[in-house]
Design a protein. Structure first.
Length: 120
């Protein structure tokens, strides 16, 4: 069942307007790297190197920055183990998992239509 923007606004006020927190969340979640990192983490708990390889083309700086943002927003959990050498793992939180479940249909649609859209 499709929900309209009018229905969302009737329930939550003037969301998606200037200075609304929804714009910040959209920026974090729907950025190119945010989406790709969340999708990579949907495959399960991942270490830094695996994540960097799984998100082709991302720089270390952008990976670190985006992970910090997604962690601060409560979508990604970072677990550091007190070992030598250090081991850090990243995973989706329950909120992150819920978000990815909502994003996957959109990502599937994009995958199915991207070639035709770009060819125009």
């Amino acid at each position: 069942m499709m929900v309209s923007l009018a229905e969302i606004r009737s329930e939550h006020g003037q969301v998606f307007t200037e200075n609304c927190p929804t714009r910040t969340v959209l920026d974090h979640v729907m950025s190119k790297w945010g989406v790709l990192i969340l999708l990579a983490l949907s495959e399960g708990t991942t270490r830094w190197g695996q994540l960097r390889r799984g998100v082709d083309g991302i720089s270390e700086k952008m990976l670190a920055s985006t992970l910090r943002t997604l962690e601060a927003d409560g979508f990604v959990a970072r677990t550091a183990y007190p070992e030598v050498p250090p081991r850090v793992e990243y995973a989706l939180t329950d909120r992150g998992q819920e978000l990815v479940e909502k994003m996957l249909p959109l990502m599937g649609w994009i995958a199915e239509n991207a070639n035709e859209i770009v060819a125009r």
